[in-house]
Design a protein around this ligand. Structure first.
Ligand SMILES: Nc1nc2c(ncn2[C@@H]2O[C@H](COP(=O)(O)OP(=O)(O)OP(=O)(O)O)[C@@H](O)[C@H]2O)c(=O)[nH]1
Ligand SMILES: [Mg+2]
Length: 298
């Protein structure tokens, strides 16, 4: 074995972009694990989360964060934008994720955010699978590429894991020589309780309509894995108003039952044990308008 084979490369890459472009889907696809929650609704991700991607002698900490969203009013939204802005601090590379079709003020704000990091910015044009007419894909790529002087441009479908090898090699080739930043077998910087709370929140966003998901937070109170065949999980669902509590519970408990079943199945699949999931709804009046409480929950 030559000296060269022992050389290691490791760094941090921030995925940035407006809400709903597919940053979390891309993170999950790149590390081949369901780590960050994904829903059809914008502003799903609230917290910075690192997924660790290892390829031989290169290890990358991929950072997913909330989408940059201008013109927001609540304290929770401000905290989320803060989490988006700080996700580029100290990284080696920023990757702007955009939708192949559209460019909005939020995309422009995300690009500014990426450039503020002072590191090279690559462009990922996502949802390429949605373009039925492949002749229109090239001009769309061309147009998005000209928004800035990008270090690289790669069209992908995160959803279908298309063209991710091209992206992975762009990322790998830009990592500095360094010892690995994370343990060899590390998957994320986040504890199990956080990941469990996020799965429950994902199901709430999927099953509840309109604005309500934006007023909800989930806190895991108990996570007991002492029985190797069955995990006991108790979680609180925080809402901002009394009437929201009855919506989350639903008629004769039907909504909470539906959310609970879906979350339990996802958790059982993921933890590879049976899961006893107990959900309780609590009201914390006006929490998304309060900076301090939003900070602990976002
Ligand atoms: N067709 C298609 N849909 C995609 C693709 N990538 C993501 N999506 C969908 O786009 C929606 C948003 O995906 P997310 O990964 O949650 O987007 P995000 O950028 O993390 O959004 P925020 O967390 O809200 O900032 C979901 O419904 C995904 O299934 C893709 O490559 N093709
Ligand atoms: Mg997300």
């Amino acid at each position: 074995m030559s000296d060269n084979d022992l050389t290691r490369y490791s760094g941090l890459v921030a995925l940035v972009g407006r809400p709903n472009v597919g940053k979390s889907t891309l993170l999950n696809a790149l590390i081949d694990e369901k780590l960050s929650i994904v829903t059809p609704k914008p502003q799903t991700t609230r917290h910075r989360i690192v997924g660790v991607m290892g390829n031989g002698n290169t290890q990358i900490g991929l950072i997913d964060a909330p989408g940059v969203h201008l013109g927001t009013k609540t304290a929770l939204n401000r905290v989320m934008n803060e989490n988006a802005a700080t996700s580029v601090t100290g990284v080696d590379l920023a990757v702007l994720v955009v939708d192949r079709g559209r460019w909005t003020d939020d995309d422009a704000a995300a690009l500014r955010n990426a450039k503020a990091s002072g590191v090279p910015v690559g462009l990922v044009i996502n949802k390429a699978d949605l373009e039925q007419d492949k002749n229109r894909l090239l001009p769309a790529i061309e147009q998005q590429s000209q928004r800035d002087d990008f270090a690289f441009v790669v069209p992908v479908s995160a959803h279908r894991s298309d063209n991710l090898e091209a992206l992975t090699s762009e990322l790998n080739s830009r990592m500095p020589q360094s010892e690995f930043l994370f343990d060899d077998d590390a998957l994320t910087d986040r504890p199990m309780r956080f990941l469990v709370a996020e799965i429950v929140r994902e199901k709430l966003i999927i099953f509840l309509q309109q604005e309500l998901p934006y007023q909800i937070a989930v806190e895991v109170e108990e996570f007991d894995s002492s029985d190797p065949t069955k995990t006991y999980i108790q979680a609180l669902i925080w809402v901002a108003r009394d009437n929201q509590k009855s919506i989350v519970i639903g008629r004769r408990g039907s909504m909470l039952e539906q959310v609970g079943r879906s979350a339990r199945l996802a958790l059982a699949d993921w933890l590879e044990t049976r899961v006893d999931l107990r959900l309780f709804v609590r009201v914390d009046p006006g929490w998304p308008d309060d900076e301090a409480r939003s900070r602990t929950r976002a």
